[in-house]
Design a protein around this ligand. Structure first.
Ligand code: WT7
Length: 630
């Protein structure tokens, strides 16, 4: 079994060993898994090209380790508890035995429809058990899954399908979220209508029931395909560095990129981090409220917990349906021991009042976690007081789609926790702060750019179909280091606090958004000449989206609504600007670059200290922008 740190001296010792001899440290962790053939070499790395290989030559299947490996000891233990959107809808649960059988059936159905090792399969589904089962079924046969968050638009879905040249889309008929019903299958059809030549089939799970558009030549019913299949499917034997999945994420330029994770290293790191960060003990009920459409759901709803043989809760709904007590009602009902959510949810629930958590018994909680964006001091204290009752350790976990697993976090009950600080690196993680010239900042009580100077097993391997983009984005800014895109501060005791992105990426309710992506969407409106998008502090969302727009002067009175509709169509509702300001020009440097620094300040309500504007091509515009600020 994966090693578990249980005291401060254990942590210090593990950390020391992981730095002095990382290969020995990770090989020791990797040995606790089932390998069909042991690896030849623990680590090969080069951060220039980049080329990173962990456990090269090793043969494994991650689902064998998530499922088959546990059958003998805990086949009848609960693997997944599914809590539906409807609070009276009835919990569904799967034991490890049942989950293995379900995964095998779907794996056989995929095979029967021509899916084989290396093929890409896109998921566009709500949080139903079939999503976790389908993802594991892909991994079972070596197909590469790419889960697209079901809130993205048809256009965004089509872009992702085409970038990955996926052969199949797996979807549901509808998605029930809160009181809404979203026509998922219709969105898939709309995406395919835009042209997705690689798609051979759409496999649809009947979730809510109801009429859906149907094409006999393309569409397949989940039940018809899956039910007749055999309940066992031999795991495809994968190389450690074979691709496990692609997950698209936004960057500062261009279209979202497909972050690639591979089998061996991702397995070792997600399991190790899960067991240690949450201090999971056998029998505990663990709940991460994320959506499997994001990396948090991949690593800490599906893979990490199942690799550790845990009981993981999957929640279909939203925090405020039917009321703002839903999270706490579910915690009480299921006896949740570890709870992991996002600051935006904490802030939204905090705004609804202290009486909601007060109604429920939260005494089973042993660890409460936060992820996705910086947690502000007020939200941290509310979480501590009203959810943890000042007794339960809070873990503020920092990581990224690209890091595969949690990188910086307090260990609950083991290391100290300071509000708003992700604090300490996990064993094997070597964070550094550098200045703009890439020089190491050695001293404490300092701010800088957060980089990681040594590989860990779950580090990004490439961006799908465009390795150069991976090099450029993460490994070219500072030589020999992985650059996170985040700014951070280190306090006088060495704890780290991640402040936020230093690139043109904004974090809206824990969702990563490229400003360029939103601008491109806005520019699709026929009356828009140019736009510039920046983030600004938002009470609930963390950051809101502020758009400055230059029009051709012919925009109608519904212009703002139309812009929101265009963005919803191009990306999805999560990218809708919170504020739109029409301007006659944008502050630009003499080389024609937009001075975002000024736009960010105005959007944040700052009108003094705009800094030096004398180098602008058009300094006169600043006054207009300021006067019209929303
Ligand atoms: C970005 C990564 C990996 C979890 C989901 C988000 C920000 C994430 C924290 C935190 C401060 C955080 C960073 C990071 N972020 N967690 N605990 N404190 N900032 O994954 O979409 O890849 O976004 O989220 O800015 O770079 P993601």
């Amino acid at each position: 079994m994966t090693q578990q740190i249980s005291s401060l001296s254990d942590y210090k010792d593990a950390y020391k060993r992981s730095i002095e001899d990382p290969e020995l440290f990770w090989a020791t962790q990797a040995e606790t898994f089932h390998w069909h053939k042991p690896w030849d070499k623990v680590l090969t790395w080069n951060f220039e090209t980049p080329e990173i290989k962990w456990f090269e030559g090793g043969k494994l299947n991650i689902t064998y380790n998530c499922l088959d490996r546990h059958i003998a000891d805990r086949g009848d233990d609960t693997a997944i508890i599914w809590e539906p959107n409807d609070p009276f809808g009835g919990v569904k649960s799967y034991t490890y035995n049942e989950l293995l059988e379900s995964v095998c059936k779907v794996a056989n159905a995929l095979k029967a429809n021509g899916i084989k090792k290396g093929d890409r399969v896109v998921f566009y589904m709500p949080m139903v058990p079939e999503l976790a089962i389908g993802v594991l079924a892909c991994a079972r046969i070596g197909a590469v899954h790419s889960v697209v968050f079901a809130g993205f638009s048809a256009q965004a879905l089509a872009d992702r399908i085409n970038d990955a040249e996926a052969k199949m889309v797996i979807c549901s008929d509808f998605n029930s979220r809160g009181s809404k019903s979203i026509p998922v299958k219709q969105v898939v059809d709309d995406a395919l209508a835009k042209g997705c030549p690689s798609i051979e089939h759409v496999l649809m799970d009947r979730n809510t029931g109801g009429e859906v558009p149907w094409s006999e030549s393309i569409d397949l019913h989940w039940d018809e395909q899956v039910d007749p299949q055999d309940g066992f499917c031999a795991p495809e034997i994968m190389d450690s560095e074979d691709m496990l999945f692609i997950l698209y994420t936004s960057g500062s330029t261009g279209k979202p990129k497909g972050v690639v994770h591979t089998c061996g290293g991702y397995m070792v790191y997600t399991c190790y981090s899960f067991k240690n960060v949450f201090q999971y003990q056998p029998g505990d009920i663990y709940w991460c409220t994320a959506d499997i459409g994001w990396i948090t759901g991949h690593s800490y709803i599906v893979y990490g917990p199942l690799l550790a043989g845990a009981t993981t809760v999957m929640f279909e709904g939203v925090p405020t349906y039917p009321d703002a007590g839903r999270f706490w009602q579910v915690c009480e009902k299921l006896g949740v021991n570890q709870f992991y959510t996002a600051p935006t949810a904490i802030r939204a629930l905090m705004a609804r009042g202290d009486e909601w958590p007060a109604k429920y018994d939260l005494s089973a909680l042993k660890v409460i976690g936060s992820v996705g964006e910086p947690i502000n001091e007020e939200a941290w204290h509310w979480y501590d007081k009203h959810i943890g009752k000042n007794q339960v350790p809070i873990i503020d976990t920092w990581w990224q789609t690209e890091t595969g697993g949690i990188m910086l976090t307090p260990l609950p009950g083991i290391t100290d926790a300071k509000p708003t600080y992700c604090s300490y690196p996990m064993p094997g993680i070597q964070p550094v702060l550098v200045n703009a010239d890439g020089e190491l900042i050695e001293e404490n009580d300092a701010e800088g750019l957060l980089c990681i100077k040594f590989p860990w097993p779950a580090i990004i391997r490439t961006t799908y179909g465009d390795h150069e983009r991976c090099r450029q984005t993460y490994f070219s800014t500072f030589k020999g280091m992985y650059f996170t895109g985040d700014g951070a501060r280190r306090d006088s005791d060495g704890r780290i606090r991640v402040i936020g992105r230093v690139d043109d990426v904004i974090n809206v309710s824990g969702h990563r958004m490229g400003t360029a992506e939103v601008e491109n969407a806005i520019d699709e409106h026929p009356n828009v000449i140019e736009s510039a998008v920046v983030g600004y502090p938002h009470d609930i969302k963390g950051q809101g989206i502020y758009a400055y727009v230059i029009t051709d002067g012919k925009a109608g009175e519904n212009f703002e609504k139309e812009v929101l509709a265009v963005v919803t169509k191009e990306i999805g509702p999560i990218a809708k600007p919170d504020k739109i300001q029409i301007v006659s020009g944008l502050p630009k440097t003499r080389s024609g670059k937009i001075m975002r620094r000024i736009l960010r300040k105005v959007a944040s309500g700052e009108t003094e200290n705009l800094g030096d504007i004398s180098t602008l091509l058009n300094p006169e515009i600043v006054d207009e922008v300021m006067k019209g600020a929303k």
